[in-house]
Design a protein around this ligand. Structure first.
Ligand code: G1P
Length: 308
């Protein structure tokens, strides 16, 4: 039986320049989808998958994330005193258990593989999950939980996989498929951001991984790959070359939003807002109006429902 996956790495050292000026003074991971920071969705997914230890690979300018995951005794006391139990519970859901959260600095932006490697001493000789918070995956069962369940049978290394449009393959890690069994894909190769027209398939790696400790050994070599960066995909390719059956792709159930782009971030916002009982009706009515109205001045009508 393979070891349980109880630790996750969150590589969040990126500058988030696509979201400037918002990211001038706040980390991209604090940007909110409806009313929750992007990073909190990733943490909740990890918790649902049984993760107990959280490692954030950060960089300069990310210290507000540490405050976000800290207990805020004054705010908790104020909400308790006011009897606002729901808000108090929401607030407490962002607290982390002492000793189960660690921050590691990636001092130079040398790539995703390097970011993961920066956490090696905290991980040791156990399998570790990696969650890229930019990839928001919404579904009935958390994507990482689905993977952890499948991994209990496969062991080794596992990557989340999803078909993308052929013209998008050059933005992803791409699997060269050897065999498929239900949701599991056995690749014969994996390539990071293949040049246009050279992708072996359009099955892309999405930002959820379960890594065997051997991946850190490959990352130790610090091989530079696509874009002049140390790529996690290349370490997985090296593992595949060393042991053909040890890497699996997993076609997860769920909808994925690329929150690393403005369009994806907005789509995720709309999707999540429409799932919320407290927002759905008013928001859906607005969206309908906004997408069907003819060009011209907007006539604002008074809101009749009581303001909350
Ligand atoms: C990273 C990985 C890539 C993967 C992608 C998923 O790329 O390097 O293999 O397909 O995440 O979102 P990035 O988006 O950081 O360029």
């Amino acid at each position: 039986m393979c070891a349980k996956v109880t630790t996750a790495i969150f590589p969040i050292a990126g500058l988030g320049t696509r979201f400037l000026p918002a990211t001038k003074s706040i980390p991209k991971e604090i940007l909110t989808l409806v009313d929750k920071p992007l990073i909190q969705y990733a943490v909740e997914e990890a918790r649902e998958a049984g993760i107990r230890d959280f490692i954030f690979v950060t960089s300069r300018g990310k210290s507000s994330l540490e405050d976000f995951f800290d207990v805020n005794p004054m705010l908790e006391a104020a909400l308790r005193k006011a009897g606002k139990t729901d808000l108090l519970n929401t607030l407490k859901s962002t607290n982390m258990d002492s000793g189960h959260i660690a921050y590691v600095r990636q001092h130079q932006a040398l790539g995703l593989g390097h970011a993961v490697w920066c956490a090696r001493r905290l991980v040791g000789a156990q399998p570790v999950a990696v969650i890229l918070p930019d990839d928001l995956i919404v579904g009935r069962t958390a994507c990482l939980k689905q993977m952890v369940e499948a991994y209990a049978d496969t062991g080794g290394t596992m990557v989340a996989a999803m078909e993308v449009a052929p013209e998008q393959t050059s933005s992803y890690g791409i699997l060269d498929i050897a065999e498929e069994h239900g949701a599991l894909v056995r690749p014969r190769g994996i390539v990071e951001k293949p040049a246009k027209g050279t992708a072996p398939s359009n099955l892309a790696v999405i930002g959820r991984y379960i890594l065997s400790p051997r991946i850190m050994v490959h990352l130790n070599r610090k091989t530079v790959g696509a874009g002049g960066e140390i790529q996690l995909t290349d370490a997985i390719a090296a593992e595949l070359a060393a042991d053909a059956g040890s890497v699996h792709g997993f076609r997860f159930a769920g909808e994925r939003f690329d929150c690393g782009t403005k369009a994806g971030f907005l789509q995720a916002t709309v999707h999540l807002a429409l799932q919320r009982a407290d927002l759905r009706d008013e928001f859906a009515a607005y969206l309908h109006m906004a997408t069907t109205r003819k060009p011209g001045p907007v006539v604002l009508r008074p809101v009749t429902a009581a303001a909350g």
